[in-house]
Design a protein around this ligand. Sequence first.
Ligand code: DGY
Length: 323
Amino acid sequence: MMSKRVLIVNKTFPKVGLDLLRNKLQVTVLPYLDYEPDMLPEIKKNIIGIDALIWNTKHCLTKDLIDLAGPQLKAVTTMASGVDHIDVQELAKRGIPLGNTLHSLDNAVADITVCLLIAAARGFKAGIREIESGGWKFGVQWKLGQDIAGSTVGVVGLGGVGQAVVRRLKGFDVERFIYSGRSDKPEAKSLGVERVPLDQLLKESDFVILACPLTPETKHLINVETLKLMKRTSVVINIGRGDLINQDALYDALKEERIFAAGLDVATPEPLPHSHPLVSLPNCCIIPHLGSATHKTRDAMATTSAQNILFAMNGEKMVYPVY
Ligand SMILES: O=C(O)[C@H](O)CO
């Protein structure tokens, strides 16, 4: 296998993953980051003739790039759970195994979800702004937020992250957990989560947590119409992908206080320009895609993606195959 070549698209790929790969494959690390203008031209130059790809970039792995790589391409993995930036059908059609790092990041992303939920529900952003502008007041009716105890929490997408969020929130005396998604989740019963249609979830939830993948079906799942179903007091949290939400519609709903608040770890585009209207809103708490950003989790993700490649190159099943 030592003659085979893997291309890692991202200069910050963790050492633990590199060490695993360097034992077995010739490794090229593209010395660029997504926002550097040379990234895409360098991908195009370096992808030619490659046997395996670690696609750790927001650029899309398109049919054209797969063609450019050539027919010897035998394995592709992301260092993420989302594969919305990959032409999955094209890889599947060609029988090229595709992997992701699915459950390596469940706990870290669930932690961030709970942080955002509390931050949005309790008005951290508005409060911090008041401190920074010298406007800190006090009064029994000042900056009142929403309680988690006694609430209904609706999770859209009860995968690994959604389940880890429910496990955490159980300690907060939530009254009822509901979820919606493509299929029944066997884990739901033991977690005490009831499956309901999306419309019902949006109507009944105090907290709506988006933890599903971005697909053509889930794009703009939160939009002008679905926002109308939500309670005035509800809080929406997005830890999936920015495009799960129509951001113009969200802006209007938050500005007009038709819902209480939003907590976003993801946005469209990323990085979100600081001049974006959502950034101006005191009830929209945005953090810069920190979900899986911990030392241990990023190392685990690098290990999983390296293993995905090594297993596939050996003709074995990837750790987390996408199909
Ligand atoms: O898709 C994922 O895994 C995350 O968004 C990466 O942080």
